[in-house]
Design a protein. Sequence first.
Length: 292
Amino acid sequence: MRQSSEYIALPARNSSEDLLEATDRPRTRGPSARARYESGSNDRLVFWAAIGVACSTAFSAILFLTSVFYPPDVVASPRVTSGIPHRPNPYRYLDGILANTTQKFDPITNFPPVVLQLNNTDASRRMREDERGRATEFGTVYPDDRHILVTDKVSTVVQFRNLDYAMERCVLNIVLPQPSEHFDPAVKLSDPSLVDVWLLDAPTELSRYISGSMDYAPKRRELLTTLTSSYAGPSHSSEFHCTSGMFTTLELTCSPTSSGCSVDFWQDQRAKPVGGLHIVQHPTPPPAGSHV
């Protein structure tokens, strides 16, 4: 029978030929719905990750360029208080504990942590601090050097904190410091020079952490001693009382009787041999029957 283009002959029911053809025919399946979903999710994750990396990179670049071309003007400053801080007494009741002791203690060499200069012609007695900073590959370094400068134009104010307990017999010494491998005192001296040492009316601490305490020199109270600064050797005062835990504030000036007075050197408390301006504290027996 002739087949027209509109009709296709169907195979006979249960035909073995048709079963064989159906068995041999390869199966073809498209991607499942789950596979298509997972593929789309992965694509979206990669896309948003790329967006996040790009935004993070752009933000970091903006911050870097801002810090380079517009550096902040903020400078870290130490915490400053407007009042006088109270220092607790670390020696309370030690007089009772050590009242009957016979132990002897070695003298203490005490250097001033605060050394300031002022112009003698300045009626306000405004102080400044000379420093010896130097540039290094790590930045500017400020060593622990202190400048002693006494001329007819400049005076120096120093403050000691009296150290330890029952070490209240004090002697002030001035010794020209010696140069060493790591320290240069840069001594300049009109030899000899007579230096008047005045006790100042400053029972409290001079500190950069106490607002205004280092601005102006306190008033002179009394002349403590006159020292002779000379290459010939050291000079020292007579013994005076220095209360434990308190402060001794002094001003060094050229004596009116010294013509051409000039003392100029740097000192470092770690330098050996010991030199510069310092106090030697000697032991005193604690007062009987009292409490610090």
